[in-house]
Each structure stands twice: as structure tokens, then as C-alpha cells.
Design a protein around this ligand. Structure first.
Ligand code: G6P
Ligand code: BGC
Length: 884
């Protein structure tokens, strides 16, 4: 690569060429020619240097560091999405600056069907010189380039200027939707190749590129999600002097004579507006030194702008033949000889090759930036190319490709020429904007019922409060408010070894709990309950439980001992005493037959009886909320509420005994298992329930039951999200409207995905990975929308849960006639613990709805099995005290 040089010419050893104000005029003419051409040679090392320096300039500009004249500008374009293929409608496109001194108007019709393209209609208008340089009543333009210099426009919003002009004309109704850089139009109009088309490269009159950047990398945007198309504006690279080593005397002369000296130095080495001029300067110099045209010049050769890009392209093309070069030179008033023609071809080739190589170095900087920032081993990407230099000079693309491969070997790039000179892409930008706006409206409409305001939450709190009171009195209520016969939290004097069972959450556990002076020590083992057992016969289920206990006893060397046993049983039970619990109904995924209406402790004892070898002393049956409260209460005496947000959801709290109908006694407290999962089963949550909740409920094993739980807990949130995603797909908002088998599959979208997707530490890239693993073919817009769906669903869940907790703590405060209550809530459950925002949303809602309660949430570390053992320990202590 280091030997890349003008075709057919022997290269010198690449001595660095520094700009010189006046060329030495070596006496030997062939040496003079070599010297001129050598100036245009750029070595591999120099290209790498340019690539690295442009990359660092890009990264500085992205990071918001503005160094004085530091080159690239990295302007966000507010184009955040590439086309779907489903865009449709009629769009007008004005192209100013793309084809030099002309304005092209394009009428583009998009059909919304992939593969069905309608040719755009277009008309071109020449812009007279006096208009290009005249007053500019014609986005905020930062500076003109490429020969435009209208006054009163730089620093103005060009969309507004255009709207004003349309207004001045009257009679037209045209909505100006988007102002688009030509690179963006080029990128947007392109069909993807090996990878998505996320880079647009234009080499026309001027040069520039744009690409899709992660919004969080763009410091000037206050946005950390999604992508945005950034216009690199690399034409001004080197305005701070970074291009010094590769600038030739001709570049310096060209710059001096240009409309904007000192600016757009990189563009002036690459853009089509300048290639002809560079060639002209070289030829004039060689003629003046007597090496060309017999030492004669012509007025045309000495006039700015007489050699155009088209001329250079033709003369450089080896297939064009000497005759054509001859004619062009003659048209310039020159009389070339045969050797002159060959030399002129070399000059054209040298100028063009350098342009393509420099352009490649800049593109390689963009590609390596993308590859690193996306952490991809190989970046597969499509670059849309546009502009007359590509169209007129086929060799430009091949040199560019070869050089990019050399400079960025880890990028697998396909180059695709843009259609309709980027005009279709501009229409696309507008169409994509229109599609995104329509999709956003549909998304907002779909999620609106999930966004609960303060009044709605306060109403839930009030309803819950009323249902609590009714339930406690034994009146009809969706809250059963079950007495648990737990009257006291541990006082620290409990001692002994206890067995505990923990059934009803994600795991079934058997535990040995040692309560000693130094604290509580736990040994436990997790056993699985296969779905066929959870939904088989009751006898099978309880035999399985006893088998697990026997296995545990054997492993722990406890066989033959009859330790007191506490049983955490996380389902609604009407208790008649501490060791009696009638299962009212199964919830979550359980549905074993012949259990509902039975005393669970009896079912366990019967199973023990069938397994003659074991002896167990079941002392207490405990709901998981109660186990959690007791477990946290061992550490914090203020803990008087237990909350579970896991597979299911529920809460318990210490109520005044006098308020509890059906339990003897008027003084002291009793823990009440609210069974709040069933809240709303009487229809009272109807207004809040969405069609998605109804679908989840209908498809569950207990339709019409546990309606509050089905809006909050881990067993159901993933399903709600899945139903919303299905709906949005049917509207064409997600996944390009393509329904996949995967999304039709029940329970495919696990609630743990909500936790992962909403985790701040995971970039959207990982969100995409999760969804792609599910076989969902998504774009980055899809990923963002899925994230918003997850957020809406989990936020509603947390707020409803908070409204429930607010009702509970307010009740405790009022029971005690306190101005302010300080209370702790013991919490357990996978959703609460794993979700990144759930706990803080619950706490915020409680603060809002129960401002007179100071509530601390304590996460239970040891599970509710420990609490069940403590309930057993307290019962044993009280029994012993009674005996004394
Ligand atoms: C606890 C328990 C379980 C309980 C669970 C809820 O700590 O020991 O018995 O049901 O938490 O969480 P999960 O997410 O497993 O349903
Ligand atoms: C059960 C409750 C339990 C909760 C949390 C609900 O489905 O009915 O008894 O406390 O899940 O596990």
C-alpha cells in the first residue's frame, strides 16, 4: 500500500512534501514533472495519520470539546431512524447545492411496499450567478461552502427562510417537514447491503459523510437512548493545520484564490469543485516552466474554473484515449503534443488518486469509530455513496474501497450507490419522520391506560382501605383479611433447632434453622416441584414434599429426630389456629386436586403417615408475607408489615385484635394476611383494567381471580408486555408489522426480561440481544419502544403496589391514633429484588399517598422459611412459659 501512486509513474521514496510558497524550477524537465507528481503522493503512514487525527477530532467534537478551528463539526441531524420499507405518501424535495449551481425539485411517491418503487419526477433549474452571490432571502446555516455565498443567510434557520419565501409567493400549501444534509439523503435512500445502511458518503462538488451514532455519545444532545444521524462535516478537517504534511503548493494556491480562504481545506483536496482547479494549477505551472505545451499557456489555462470535474474525469479515464484529451486541451486554447497528452493524464490520475485515498482515510476513521463504539469484532455495514465524483469516475470508488480495506481491515463494508442523487433519501427522511410520529401516537395511545395519575392511585388506596375494613368485619369484600394467629414478633429469647418448609415461590425449600444466642443459622436445600406435580393430585404433591423432607433429614443427619416444624405455605388459608390452615384456593401456577377446602397441615400429616419412617411435629403454618415480616422483625422491632412481590403478591400487617371479627379477645395485636392479590375480584378495579389485563386473565388457570396480583406480580407482567407487543405489531408499529410465532407463544416473555431490559447498566444493544434471542427481528426504534412498554407496565405495577402499602400503613397509623407513624416493611420476592426501579417507585408512591408515615423498606435476606421457624420458636417459647 505504501507504494500507491499515480498510475504508470515510478514513485520516489515518498519524501514528505511540505507546502512551499514558490516551486523550485529544476533544470531537468523530467525531474520537474516527477517533483510535481510526487507532491500528490500520500504514503500509507500519512493516511493512517490522517485517519487517527480525524478520529480524535470526531471524538472530541462528539464529546462537546470545541477546539478553535478543530476541523470536524459532528452535527446531530435529528434523524433518528433509518427506513422500514413501509413508508408511504407523496413528498416534494428541493435539492440545493447538490449539483452545483442548480436547484433540483423532485416529486417522490413512496408506496409502502418493499420492492415496489415508483420513479420520482424531477426538474432542474439553473441558479444564476447573481442569485448565488446575492442577498439570501431565499436550518441554521453555519457557513456556506462550495461556491455559494448569499448574504444574510449564515446563522439563520433555513427552514424558516423557506417558509417565509413560500408565504411571499402565496397560493401554495407546502409543509416544510425536514431540512436534510445531502449525505443524510444519500444514506436514507439506500437499500441495505451486507449490513444495515448506516453511513452516507458524498463526493460531489464538496465532500462529507454522515452515520448513525448512539445518541448518548453526542454530548450536545440531552438524550441517552436511541441513535441519531450525525453529519461529520469533514470538509473543514485540517483547517487547524493538521493536513500540513500532505498539502501541496497547488493546494495552497487554490485555497488562496478561493471564496473562503483557510476554510474547508480537506474538501478542497477531494471535492469535485476543486479537482479541475488543482489540475489546472499544475498544468499552468508546468507550462510556465516550459515542460508542457512547448512552454505556452493560454488565457483559458490561466483562468480560474476553466477545467471542470468532467474534463478531469474524462482525461483521467485510461479508456478515453488520447484523442479526447487532445480535444479538451485544444478547447482550452492549447496545442498539445503526444507527450503532453500522456503527461496531462498522469497529472489527472495523481490528483484523483490522492482525493480517493484521502476520502478513504476519513471514511476509515468513521468506520473504526463505529466498530469500537459498537464493540463489534467485525463491523458489517453498508455505505451509501453519492455525488458526481462517484458517477463520473469509476476508479474513484475502486481506489476508495482498496484503501478502506487497508486502513480498516476489521470492517466488512459494502458500497451501494444512492438512487436519484439522494433525493429519494430526503423524501425518506420526511417519510420516516411521519411514520415515527404516527407510531409514537399509537404507542402513546396504547400505553396511556397504564399511566396512572395521583387521583387514580389515591382512589385505589381508598378502595383498598374500604375493602380492608369490610374484610376485617367479615362483610363481603375482595380482601379476605385472614387472621394468622401470630400475635407477637420475636423478642430475642427464642432458642432451639427447627425444621422449616417453604412452598409457593419460585423455589421449594427445606431448611434447618438453629436459633441460638449468637443469632440464627440456616442450612437449606432447594427442591424442584415439577409442573405436573403442582397441577397433579394433592396426594402426589404432599408425598413429594415428604420425600424431599426425608432426603433433607438424611443428608443433614437428622433422621429419627422430631424437630418442631414451621411450614411457609404461600397460598390463601383460613387459619383456625397456628397449626391449622384450610386452603381456600390455589393461586399462581398451582392447581393440585383435592386440596382446596382441606387443612393443609392435615394433608401434610397424612403424607407423613403414608411414609411411616418419619416423624414430624408441625407447629405452625405461615404465609410467606408473615414469614418475611417475622424474619425482618427479628432484626428490626418496627417491622410490622410483610410484603411479597414475586411470582405472586400479597401483604400482611399487625392489626388491633379488637378490629378482627371472629377471633376472641379485644386487646393486643394479630397479624392479618390480607391476600391482596384478590383485591378487585369483585370488579372494583374494572376502570383500571386494560384489554391486555383481560387477555392475560382469560388465558390464566384461574380467570376472574387474583386481578390485583395479575396487574403486579412476576408471574404476569411478562405476559402483559407480550400482549401489548402483539397489539403494536398488529398496528405495524413494531417489528415492521411482522407477527412472529415466538411472540404468539405464551410465557415466552419472562418477567426477568423486564428487569434486564430496564436495567440502566445495560445499553440498548443488550436489549436488542435479549429480543433477538427470542427471534424478534428488531430495529433500534423497536428496542426503544419495547423498553417503553416494559417501563409502563412495571411502573403501573409498582405504583399499584405502593397504593396498597399506603393503605396499610395509614390504617396502622389511624388504629393507633398517631399523628405520625414510623414503621418498617419487610419485603421479599424476585420482582421486587431484581427489578432496577420497582422498589424506588413503590417507596415514592407511598411517600406521596401516605405523607404522615415514615416507612422503611427492609429486604428479607433469608427468605420466609426463617420467619416460619421463628414463628415456631415463639410458639414453643410461649408454650414452655405456659407450662412453667
Ligand atoms: C420468599 C419465600 C418464598 C416466597 C418468595 C416470593 O422469600 O421464601 O416462599 O414465596 O419469597 O418470591 P418468589 O419471587 O420466589 O415468588
Ligand atoms: C398468594 C399469597 C402469597 C402471594 C405471594 C399469592 O398468590 O395467594 O398467599 O402470599 O402469592 O407469594
Amino acid at each position: 500500500m505504501d507504494s500507491i501512486g499515480p498510475v504508470g509513474l515510478q514513485q520516489g521514496e515518498g519524501a514528505p512534501c511540505y507546502p512551499q510558497e514558490s516551486l523550485p524550477c529544476p533544470s531537468d524537465s523530467s525531474e520537474l514533472v516527477q517533483e510535481c507528481l510526487r507532491q500528490f503522493k500520500v504514503t500509507g503512514a500519512q493516511l493512517r495519520q490522517i485517519q487517527a487525527s480525524l478520529l480524535s477530532s470526531m471524538e472530541q467534537a462528539l464529546g462537546g470539546q470545541v477546539s478553535p478551528a478543530s476541523a470536524v463539526r459532528m452535527l446531530p441531524t435529528y434523524v433518528g431512524s433509518t427506513p422500514h420499507g413501509t413508508e408511504q405518501g407523496d413528498f416534494l424535495v428541493l435539492e440545493l447545492g447538490a449539483t452545483g449551481a442548480s436547484l433540483r425539485i423532485l416529486w417522490v411517491t413512496l408506496t409502502g411496499t418493499e420492492g415496489h418503487r415508483m420513479e420520482p419526477r424531477s426538474q432542474e433549474f439553473v441558479i444564476p450567478q447573481e442569485v448565488m452571490l446575492g442577498p439570501g432571502q431565499q436550518s441554521t446555516l453555519i457557513s456556506w461552502t462550495k461556491g455559494f455565498r448569499c448574504s444574510g443567510v449564515e446563522g439563520q434557520d433555513v427552514v424558516q427562510l423557506l417558509r417565509d419565501a413560500i408565504q411571499r409567493q402565496g397560493a401554495y400549501s407546502i409543509d416544510v417537514v425536514a431540512v436534510v444534509n445531502d449525505t443524510v439523503g444519500t444514506m436514507m435512500g439506500c437499500e441495505p447491503g451486507v449490513g444495515p445502511c448506516e453511513v452516507g458518503l458524498v463526493v460531489d462538488t464538496g465532500t462529507n459523510a454522515c452515520y448513525m451514532e448512539e445518541a448518548r455519545h453526542v454530548a450536545v444532545l440531552d438524550e441517552d437512548r436511541g441513535r441519531v444521524c450525525v453529519s461529520v462535516e469533514w470538509g473543514s478537517f485540517g483547517d487547524d493545520g493538521a493536513l500540513g504534511p500532505v498539502l501541496t503548493t497547488f493546494d495552497c494556491a487554490l485555497d488562496r484564490e478561493s471564496l473562503n480562504p483557510g476554510a474547508q481545506r480537506f474538501e478542497k483536496m477531494i471535492g469535485g469543485l476543486y479537482l479541475g482547479e488543482l489540475v489546472r494549477l499544475v498544468l499552468a505551472h508546468l507550462a510556465q516552466c516550459g515542460v508542457l505545451f512547448g512552454g505556452c499557456t493560454s488565457p483559458a489555462l490561466l483562468s480560474r474554473g476553466s477545467i471542470l470535474l468532467e474534463h478531469v474525469a474524462e482525461m483521467e479515464d485510461p479508456s478515453a484515449g488520447a484523442a479526447r484529451v487532445h480535444t479538451i486541451l485544444q478547447d482550452l486554447g492549447l496545442s498539445p503534443g503526444a507527450s503532453d497528452v500522456e503527461l496531462v493524464q498522469h497529472v489527472c490520475a495523481a490528483v484523483c488518486m490522492r482525493a480517493a485515498q484521502l476520502c478513504a482515510a476519513a471514511l476509515a476513521a468513521v468506520l473504526s469509530h463505529l466498530q469500537h463504539s459498537r464493540e463489534q469484532q467485525t463491523l458489517q455495514i453498508t455505505v451509501a455513496t453519492g455525488g458526481r465524483v462517484f458517477e463520473r469516475q469509476p476508479r474513484f470508488l475502486s481506489i476508495l474501497q482498496e484503501t478502506v480495506m487497508f486502513l480498516a481491515p476489521e470492517c466488512d463494508v459494502s458500497f451501494i450507490p444512492s438512487l436519484d442523487g439522494g433525493g429519494r433519501g430526503v423524501a425518506m427522511v420526511t417519510a420516516v419522520a411521519a411514520r415515527l410520529a404516527a407510531h409514537r401516537r399509537l404507542l402513546e395511545e396504547t400505553l396511556a391506560p397504564f399511566r396512572l395519575n395521583r387521583e387514580q392511585l389515591a382512589a385505589v388506596q381508598a378502595q383498598m382501605r374500604e375493602a380492608m375494613t369490610k374484610g376485617l368485619r367479615g362483610e363481603a369484600s375482595s380482601l379476605r383479611m385472614l387472621p394468622t394467629y401470630v400475635r407477637a414478633t420475636p423478642d430475642g429469647s427464642e432458642r432451639g433447632d427447627f425444621l422449616a418448609l417453604d412452598l409457593g415461590g419460585t423455589n421449594f425449600r427445606v431448611l434447618l434453622v438453629r436459633v441460638a444466642t449468637g443469632g440464627v443459622q440456616i442450612t437449606n436445600q432447594v427442591y424442584s416441584i415439577p409442573e405436573c406435580v403442582a397441577q397433579g393430585s394433592g396426594q402426589q404433591l404432599f408425598d413429594h414434599i415428604v420425600d424431599c423432607i426425608v432426603d433433607f433429614q438424611q443428608k443433614q443427619g437428622l433422621s429419627g429426630q422430631s424437630l418442631p416444624l414451621g411450614f411457609t405455605f404461600s397460598f390463601p388459608c383460613r387459619q383456625l389456629g397456628l397449626d391449622q390452615g384450610i386452603l381456600l384456593n390455589w393461586t399462581k401456577g398451582f392447581n393440585a386436586s383435592d386440596c382446596e377446602g382441606q387443612d393443609v397441615v392435615c394433608l401434610l400429616r397424612e403424607a407423613i403417615g403414608r411414609r411411616k419412617a418419619v416423624e414430624l411435629n408441625v407447629v405452625a403454618i405461615v404465609n410467606d408475607t408473615v414469614g418475611t415480616m417475622m424474619s425482618c422483625g427479628y432484626e428490626d422491632p418496627h417491622c410490622e408489615v410483610g410484603l411479597i412481590v414475586g411470582t405472586g403478591t400479597n401483604a400482611c400487617y399487625m392489626e388491633e385484635l379488637r378490629n378482627v371479627a371472629g377471633v376472641a379477645g379485644d386487646s393486643g395485636h394479630m397479624c392479618i394476611n390480607m391476600e391482596w392479590g384478590a383485591f378487585g375480584d369483585d370488579g372494583s378495579l374494572g376502570v383500571l383494567s386494560t384489554c391486555f389485563d383481560a387477555r392475560v386473565d382469560q388465558a390464566s388457570i384461574n380467570p376472574g381471580k387474583q386481578r390485583f396480583e395479575k396487574m403486579i406480580s412476576g408471574m404476569y407482567l411478562g405476559e402483559i408486555v407480550r400482549h401489548i407487543l402483539l397489539h403494536l405489531t398488529s398496528l405495524g408499529v413494531l417489528f415492521r408489522g411482522q407477527q412472529t410465532q415466538c411472540l404468539q407463544t405464551r410465557d415466552i416473555f419472562k418477567t426477568k426480561f423486564l428487569s434486564e431490559i430496564e436495567s440502566d447498566s445495560l445499553a440498548l444493544r443488550q436489549v436488542r440481544a435479549i429480543l433477538e434471542d427470542l427471534g424478534l427481528p428488531l430495529t433500534s426504534d423497536d428496542a426503544l419502544m419495547v423498553l417503553e412498554v416494559c417501563q409502563a407496565v412495571s411502573q403501573r405495577a409498582a405504583q399499584l403496589c405502593g397504593a396498597g402499602v399506603a393503605a396499610v400503613v395509614e390504617k396502622i397509623r389511624e388504629n393507633r391514633g398517631l399523628e405520625e407513624l414510623t414503621v418498617s416493611v419487610g419485603v421479599d420476592g424476585t420482582l421486587y429484588k431484581l427489578h432496577p426501579h420497582f422498589s424506588s417507585l413503590v417507596a415514592a408512591t407511598v411517600r406521596e399517598l401516605a405523607p404522615r408515615c415514615v416507612v422503611t423498606f427492609l429486604q428479607s435476606e433469608d427468605g420466609s422459611g426463617k420467619g416460619a421457624a421463628l414463628v415456631t420458636a415463639v410458639a414453643c417459647r410461649l408454650a414452655q412459659t405456659a407450662c412453667v
